[in-house]
Ligand binder design. Sequence first.
Ligand SMILES: Nc1nc2c(c(=O)[nH]1)N[C@H]1C(S)=C(S)[C@@H](COP(=O)(O)OP(=O)(O)OC[C@H]3O[C@@H](n4cnc5c(=O)[nH]c(N)nc54)[C@H](O)[C@@H]3O)O[C@H]1N2
Ligand SMILES: Nc1nc2c(c(=O)[nH]1)N[C@H]1C(S)=C(S)[C@@H](COP(=O)(O)OP(=O)(O)OC[C@H]3O[C@@H](n4cnc5c(=O)[nH]c(N)nc54)[C@H](O)[C@@H]3O)O[C@H]1N2
Ligand code: SF4
Ligand SMILES: [Mo]
Length: 619
Amino acid sequence: MMGTTIIENGIVKTLCRMCDNRCSIDVHVRDGNMVGIAPGEGNPSNQGRMCPRGGAALDMFYHPDRIRKPLKRRTDGSFVEISRDRALDEIAEKMLKIKDRCGARSMGIWKGEAVGFLQQEEYARRFARAFGTPNYFSNDSACYNGRFMGHYLVTGFWNPFPYYANADLILLFGTNPPVCHPPFMAEFADAKANGANLVVIDPRLNPIACYADIFAQPLPGTDGALAWGLIRHLVKAGEYDHRLIEHHSIGFEGVVDYAEKFTPEYVEEQTGVYADVVVNIARLIIENRPKVSFYMGAGLEHHDNGVNNIRALVILSCLTGALDIDCGLTWPEEMQRNKLTLYDELPLEGKKPIGADRFPVLYDLRKECHSMTAMDYMLGHGDYPLKGLIITAANPAVTNPNTRKVEEALGSLDLLVVNDLFFTKTAGRAHYILPAASFLERSEIHIDIKYQRVYLTNKVADVPGIQDEYMLWHDLAHRLDFGERYFPWRNETQVNRYILEPSGIGLEQLQAHPEGVQYRPLTFKKHLSRPLPTASGKIELASPYLKNLGFAAIPEYVPPYHLRERSGEYPFLLTTGARKTLFYHSRHQNMEYFRKLHPKAEVEIHPDDAAEPSFAVAS
Ligand SMILES: Nc1nc2c(c(=O)[nH]1)N[C@H]1C(S)=C(S)[C@@H](COP(=O)(O)OP(=O)(O)OC[C@H]3O[C@@H](n4cnc5c(=O)[nH]c(N)nc54)[C@H](O)[C@@H]3O)O[C@H]1N2
Ligand SMILES: Nc1nc2c(c(=O)[nH]1)N[C@H]1C(S)=C(S)[C@@H](COP(=O)(O)OP(=O)(O)OC[C@H]3O[C@@H](n4cnc5c(=O)[nH]c(N)nc54)[C@H](O)[C@@H]3O)O[C@H]1N2
Ligand code: SF4
Ligand SMILES: [Mo]
């Protein structure tokens, strides 16, 4: 038996963290072993359901390949077990050496998708600040930062998840919900049952397209042209929310002028979507506005000009009037809580965060550095060297672009520490590998912004010798002399209490309510009684902030690279990232029965293209 469970027999109610949907689950325990996972009731997000990855959490927990002891790389490249105390002593000593020699900013901290976006992320951000480095990285450079910025720049808030069930029209751009967001499917089914129309925009035959009323396949990276074409149609027809635009927005004239060239024919030329399909989508929007839900997925931000293409769609949503209504871009209200980031207590001045010169908006809005630029700094091509990195819950050697460069960069570091459950490709480059705790070994606060609910992930098990994420940062901080000041809590339960303090919700209350507690009732149309949280207090159709930074104020459409540089030599375009239900980025490839279902890597390609002799693949 690998772990010891907190209870001997019975059910522990907690949240699944095999993905960030965080469905409620019941973990069944018998004779101190976890024997099964069933969906938990009462959570409006998963509504008593779960997906196949949820049940696989036990296979992950009990996996024979899990790292149980810290490992240190020897000079010949092999790894040897080392005690946790000794590993942390040595890591702290090496960090101080880097700080002395090159400055604190030559150390970076990188958190990955596997620990999520709230408490565990804030530990990593806090640790970086307390150490004195601006160089906090995360998976989000390749994930939701683009979407966050696209929404935030227009409305001042980000809530990508509408209440689809209330919509008369749902428009999905570059997203694959049955695979990536299973809980949305029940909402779509309810909306469909109420007669809603569904429009799916995806260059590939996405499974949800089978349920679509209109399925349009733009050339990758051209959604901005489609968005502008739809904006133009609404404006020309006078079919937009006049009151909202007149009283609550700035920059409309610029939008009208810029939209002019996006005739259906020009949109067709850019996107490949037939002009009459563009018009039909616009008609559906007009017929159903304002009860329109837009969702922009990762498919948009993984291309050139992604943020602006998303901004254009957010503008379109605002024109329809679907702003802070029960199916549109809802304006979420945060829970009063203590944040862990230290951003107010320890402002960082003049430290040149990596990538902030080229990507000032990313750093300004997210206080996060550009992970792809980090590779250049590691390889000595930056303003200063990045010499050390602590990576937790990420596998950039697989999930970041340009694998060879990433591996070379990681391999060039003086200190690479990887905190993971498994010996990954990234871990293979590390000087120290630390065994990470899975979500079943953590207790953390989770906030579901869509429903304004707060939950507690209950810890189900302890594994001897393995410490949770908090204890990693705590134990290192105490070796670096800022432990008492910034990591004073002895365990996660104490941190949880600290986070909750201002909320008026107690930890015991959350323990008694595994289905979560709503911290504030949902309200809509808040912009009618208070300014929006943008600098102007209005919808920024044109952004004075971006203009000040020297960017175009309007989200201009820029044709993607493959259209700008059309090449006969490379006639095909590869998009990567159409996910599989069972795999999660680089995760779960080591689960035997998942692999049996997908024994080989797959490429989706049109049969005519595949039939070309140049495409013959050696088997
Ligand atoms: N099973 C599983 N679920 C996951 C994940 C996983 O790895 N596995 N990852 C999770 C994470 S972290 C994230 S961020 C989400 C992502 O989930 P989503 O936001 O739903 O995005 P993707 O699944 O990446 O879907 C991208 C879709 O966009 C399409 N696409 C590609 N280029 C374009 C384009 O230019 N325009 C348009 N309109 N479409 C385009 C692709 O063909 C694909 O179908 O999924 C989460 N859920
Ligand atoms: N080509 C291409 N690349 C992409 C994408 C794409 O669509 N196409 N999608 C991008 C997106 S949206 C994202 S979010 C990133 C994700 O990129 P990463 O953040 O690198 O995510 P994962 O590959 O899921 O790696 C997570 C690691 O955490 C480990 N782990 C699992 N549970 C825990 C835990 O509880 N604690 C700790 N410490 N470790 C744990 C896993 O073993 C795994 O090695 O990938 C991006 N990369
Ligand atoms: S969708 Fe699946 S993997 Fe994600 S939290 Fe729910 S059950 Fe877990
Ligand atoms: Mo992501």
